[in-house]
Design a protein around this ligand. Structure first.
Ligand SMILES: [Mn+2]
Length: 389
């Protein structure tokens, strides 16, 4: 089998405290999962390992995290099976990336697949399968920073042979979002695989989306192994682990153990969060988010102390009455954000007019002018191929 993992984001420090050596909780979790991968990779049923991008959270990792990674790579090299590792958009910088040091280590089983080395990895086979790599690398022209990877991946889709696995780091349009959604400044362009003619059934096994998922899109089966450990609220109640690809095309997932689990508890209206947790056992090593179905503010400190006393951590209270309204309106499956927004405006026009209590004619006027300005912006951005505002 091929073991595939992705989006380690080593160096992220969300919901963390520092230990005596200066290491943050989330950094420690990235080390826990790497050690588990070493153990799993050694087992006889695994032939090779592939990493799909975003090893580090930034393109300037700390020396401590680089040192840990070097030691880990030396261990992986000694297992004597190939490991292919690619940069993602978080690793990337204009002229290099955070994994560039791997090349100088000269470890024969560690294959750094990036823009500089991609030609060496054009005809990799595993049993009957063609392995194709399309690593993330930004274009030199930042105005179209994703052009290199989108062109590359589409070319590889359109020229794919039978039994092909494409390893990349893209946001396919139908993918469900996860915690990468809050890293908005590091977003990548959307790719709609359905718009391209793919000659054969292929697997697109990609990094970038933090939510583990798998779906069919025309002739492509799109798979995201997801991130390796919990990073923020969008990860709650999900499983975190790696993916296994079997020779017959079957895909399996296995979970990491010993890491914190982020969980969201929805508290029924007739009970306070404090009474809720007094009644139910608090599991150890969780980061607990609480959702209450009211907008009445709750004393979070009492709850936080209580949860911490029981060996878990507290992530905060969410007041669903407000949040649900906003999220259900704003997010949709439409790929065009302007369309989404105008649809929302039109559907809610009467309610907005009622709530703001400004004479109807003035609001109507605003809608008309907003729409005109909006269309102009969209037309301009399409012309310049700039990102949506
Ligand atoms: Mn990414």
């Amino acid at each position: 089998m091929i073991l595939i993992f992705s989006d380690l984001h080593m160096g992220i420090r969300s919901y963390s405290v520092q230990d005596n050596n200066g290491l943050f909780t989330a950094e420690n979790e990235s080390r826990i999962v790497l050690s588990q991968l070493t153990h799993r990779f050694k087992q006889d049923d695994i032939d090779m390992m592939i990493f799909d991008g975003d090893f580090f959270h930034t393109n300037h990792p700390t020396s401590s995290n680089i040192e840990f990674t070097i030691k880990w790579l030396i261990e992986i090299n000694e297992i004597n099976k190939p490991f292919f590792i690619m940069p993602g958009n978080h690793d990337d910088s204009i002229f290099s990336h955070s994994l560039a040091f791997i090349r100088s280590l000269n470890l024969p089983n560690i294959h750094l697949v990036d823009k500089a080395s991609i030609n060496q990895y054009e005809n990799i086979m595993w049993k009957e399968w063609h392995l194709v790599f399309a690593p993330y690398s930004s274009n030199y022209n930042l105005k179209e920073k994703d052009l290199y990877v989108t062109t590359d991946v589409l070319h590889k889709l359109e020229t794919s042979k039978e039994k092909t696995l494409i390893f990349t780091h893209i946001q396919e349009v139908a993918a469900k979002i996860g915690s990468e959604s809050i890293m908005i400044a590091k977003g990548v362009d959307l790719i709609d695989i359905d718009l391209y003619s793919i000659p054969n059934d292929v697997y697109v096994i990609s990094g970038h989306m933090h939510k583990r998922q798998m779906y069919k899109r025309g002739k492509a089966t799109v798979c995201y192994p997801g991130n390796c450990f919990y990073q923020d609220f969008s990860d709650v109640n999900d499983d975190k682990g790696y993916m296994l690809f079997k020779e017959d095309g079957e895909i399996l997932f296995e979970n990491f153990t010993g890491i914190r689990i982020f969980r969201n508890y929805i508290i029924p209206q007739d009970i306070t969060p404090f009474d809720f947790f007094k009644k139910y056992r608090i599991p150890p090593n969780e980061l607990i988010f609480v959702t209450v179905l009211t907008d009445e503010k709750y004393d979070e400190e009492v709850l936080s102390d209580y949860i911490e006393k029981h060996g878990s951590a507290f992530g905060g209270v969410r007041y669903k009455k407000n949040e649900e309204d906003a999220s259900s309106y704003i997010f949709s499956n439409t790929t065009d954000p302007f369309q989404t927004f105008t649809t929302w405006l039109n559907e809610n026009k009467s309610q907005i007019i009622e709530e703001i209590q400004i004479p109807k004619e003035i609001i109507e006027d605003c809608f008309t002018s907003c729409k005109t300005i909006g269309i102009e912006i969209i037309e301009k951005s399409l012309e310049n191929k700039e990102e949506y505002i």
